[in-house]
Design a protein around this ligand. Structure first.
Ligand code: PLP
Length: 375
């Protein structure tokens, strides 16, 4: 039995998505920029996909752009905020993804802008008071980049509250919605946000394709120059298979959202219940976090560092919350931000509607044989 509990990292392709892409590969090979029938067919598939995505997030079709992944959107928007929209301060939370952290640090180095990191508490909840003070001090010179749901510990931020604070103070609001697109409802009319991003491979679509929502009153110069595709924002022949596969995956995620949520929530809860059979287990993050993410902290001990290795040997794919630096295993910046005790081992199990209760039971039995307390 091979078990996949790493769905926050990436997800398998849905058969329906494969079918959509396969059909296009066989029959719809025209260049969308060509004016003949083959080209028009390809163009119409792409525009139908754009409409599907716009509908799901309640945007207008002119606000949706196709990209290669969310990292591209995040880099693009933060860079343009500094280089074209005159923002001199980037405000982000201590638990943002590296594609925000590293982009902000790069912009600081290159343009000498200021960065402000908003702390979180031991469960990962944002300090809204610190954010408010930072916004009052920086106002219209700031761009805020705060994620919707965290990829490691699953904590969910209050987007309406953040948006309100940004608008009150004239800051731009950019939000990393990678872990929540297709899992929680996102309505850009309800939450006033300037830019969000999705990566298809997180919601059972293909890798190498994503989308950017860019609020229609924001006008920026192109990501790439060339043949003027994507309304001159991102030149280059479109990845039609990826685009249509992504739209199919998102449409299904949207239609099946509550059904999938119920199933995954039950799996996660069963995992939590059964973890009580192990000694000295703690759960990182907040009880009301993302339903597909469970971050478990195992006690320190001689076997702690081998948990990931042993899980893999036992046929279970999960994810570690640490990174190797100069040969030493260090907790990730997210775990450090919530004060996860050094020495303990954090493992992220992330679920999908394809997982089963039996897989959880099997994993718990395996964990009983490899966790440190039993040494
Ligand atoms: N943001 C979050 C919260 C993520 O989980 C990820 C991927 O792990 C990314 C951004 C980057 O996504 P991609 O690598 O698809 O660009």
């Amino acid at each position: 039995m091979r078990i996949y509990f790493d769905n926050a990292s990436t997800t398998p392709l849905l058969p329906e998505v494969v079918e959509t892409m396969h059909e296009l590969m066989e029959i719809n090979y025209g260049n969308p920029s060509s004016i003949h029938l083959h080209g028009r067919q390809a163009r119409s598939s792409i525009e139908a996909a754009r409409k599907t995505i716009a509908n799901v997030i309640n945007a207008s079709i002119g606000e949706v752009f196709f990209t290669s992944c969310a990292t591209e959107t995040h880099n693009f928007f933060l860079t343009k905020a500094v280089e074209e929209m005159g923002r001199k301060v980037i405000i982000y939370s201590a638990i943002e993804h590296h594609c925000i952290f590293h982009t902000a640090e790069h912009l600081k180095e290159v343009h000498g802008i200021e960065t402000i990191v908003i702390p979180v508490d031991h469960k990962g909840h944002l300090d809204y008071g610190v954010l408010e003070n930072a916004l009052k001090a920086t106002g219209t010179s700031a761009v805020v980049s705060i994620m919707h749901g965290n990829n490691e510990i699953g904590v969910i931020n209050d987007l309406k509250r953040i948006s309100h604070l940004c608008r009150e103070n004239g800051a731009l609001f950019h939000c990393d919605t990678v872990q929540t697109i297709g899992k929680l409802p996102i309505d850009v009319q309800e939450v006033d946000v300037d830019c969000i991003a999705g990566s298809a491979h997180k919601f059972f679509g293909p890798k190498g394709i994503g989308f950017m929502y860019l609020k229609n009153d924001i006008k920026l110069s192109p990501i790439f120059h060339g043949g003027s595709q994507e309304r001159n924002m991102r030149s280059g022949t479109e990845n039609i298979y990826g685009i249509c596969g992504m739209a199919k995956a998102l449409e299904m995620a949207h239609q099946e959202m509550s059904e999938r949520k119920d199933k995954v929530t039950k799996i996660k809860q069963h995992f939590i219940n059964r973890l009580q059979e192990l000694e000295d287990i703690k759960i990182n993050g907040s009880e009301d976090g993302l339903y597909h993410i469970l971050n478990v902290s195992f006690p320190a001990g001689p076997k702690a560092d081998l948990i990931m290795f042993n899980l893999d040997i036992m046929g279970i794919s999960a994810s570690s919350g640490s990174a190797c630096s100069s040969g030493i295993e260090l907790d990730s910046h997210v775990l450090q931000a919530i004060g996860h005790p050094a020495g303990r081992k954090a493992v992220r199990f992330s679920f999908s509607h394809f997982n089963t209760i039996e897989e959880v039971d099997h994993t718990i039995e395996q964990l009983k044989t490899i966790t440190p307390a039993l040494v």
